[in-house]
Design a protein around this ligand. Structure first.
Ligand code: NDP
Ligand code: 8X3
Length: 249
């Protein structure tokens, strides 16, 4: 039976590309996301190698139930890609919408927490597996308007390192992939459907593409068993760091 990957946020962007890559490599994939029509389209495209799972990662009981109730040909899960996540807003902290902050915490922190906790026991029981989290450069480097989004990704990076500490010796590897500027539906979501604002983010750039991230996930997962890739930070070549801000009187 082919091995199974469980990919959250499979309906778009990185998650969809990761799903397609694993299926192309002969794996079965549990493809999770909230938009059923996108999952249906993936199934039409990729066939029986995909198990569509309508799932909101913020729903703790639903995540735990889904992990416990996988069809036999999709269990146990060998690779978890905890990818589902979002940024909402790019405004300064003093004017940010608290609901947006809570949605980011619920999705990017708690959603990852629930998914990892739900799937780890079957990896431990099987004696092996790989947890891939999708962090961000925003978890390492602050930028104006990054506020809570970046903080959620710092959580993801530290969770991945701490998982390594807990899982060493159990055959389970952990990798945090930390992309920078990447063109997906991320900015449309961040700007709440404002397609023009989203397009401006990528104007005149050559951003990371979803397949680039799928390639890095696949690379990390296919290293020899004695190697653990702890983290991969990937920026578009056109992106780099700015100076510290100094406000002068
Ligand atoms: P997309 O908006 O294209 O994809 C986000 C995915 O997350 C969608 O499939 C969406 O599915 C899913 N998702 C969002 N909320 C939930 C939820 N509550 N429950 C289940 N699924 C959810 O963006 P990306 O592909 O870019 O984002 C993927 C990950 O990469 C995110 O964690 C993001 O923070 C991170 N990232 C993105 C970067 C970028 O510049 N694009 C750079 C660095 C990191 P649905 O709406 O159907 O539920
Ligand atoms: C997404 C990348 O730079 O917009 O995580 O925060 S960035």
């Amino acid at each position: 039976m082919p091995p199974t990957a469980f990919v959250t946020g499979a309906t778009s962007g990185f998650g969809e590309a990761i799903t397609r890559r694993f299926v192309t490599e002969g794996w079965n994939v549990v493809a999770a996301g909230r938009r059923r029509e996108r999952l249906d389209a993936l199934c039409i495209d990729l066939g029986r190698a995909v198990h569509p799972l309508v799932l909101d990662v913020r729903d703790r009981d639903a995540v735990l139930a889904a992990a416990a109730d996988l069809p036999p040909e999709f269990a146990p899960v060998k690779v978890l890609v905890a990818n589902a996540g979002l940024a909402l807003g790019l405004g300064p902290a003093d004017r940010a919408d608290l609901d947006d902050w809570e949605t980011m915490v619920d999705t990017n922190i708690k959603g990852v927490m629930y998914t990892v906790r739900a799937l780890l026991p079957q990896m431990v029981a099987a004696g092996g597996g790989h947890v891939v989290t999708i962090g961000s450069v925003a978890g390492s480097y602050p930028y104006p308007g990054g506020n809570v989004y970046g903080a959620t990704k710092a959580f993801v990076a530290q969770l991945a390192l701490n998982l390594r500490a807990d899982l060493v010796g159990k055959g389970i590897r952990v990798t945090d992939i930390e992309p920078g500027l990447a063109e997906t539906e991320f900015s449309v979501v961040r700007f709440k459907g404002d397609a023009a604002a989203a397009a401006r983010v990528y104007e005149g750039t050559q951003p990371i593409l979803p397949d680039d991230i799928a390639e890095s996930v696949w690379w990390a997962v296919t290293r020899p068993a004695h190697i653990n890739i702890n983290r991969i930070e990937i920026m578009a070549s056109c992106q780099a760091f700015g100076p510290f801000q100094v406000v002068r009187s």
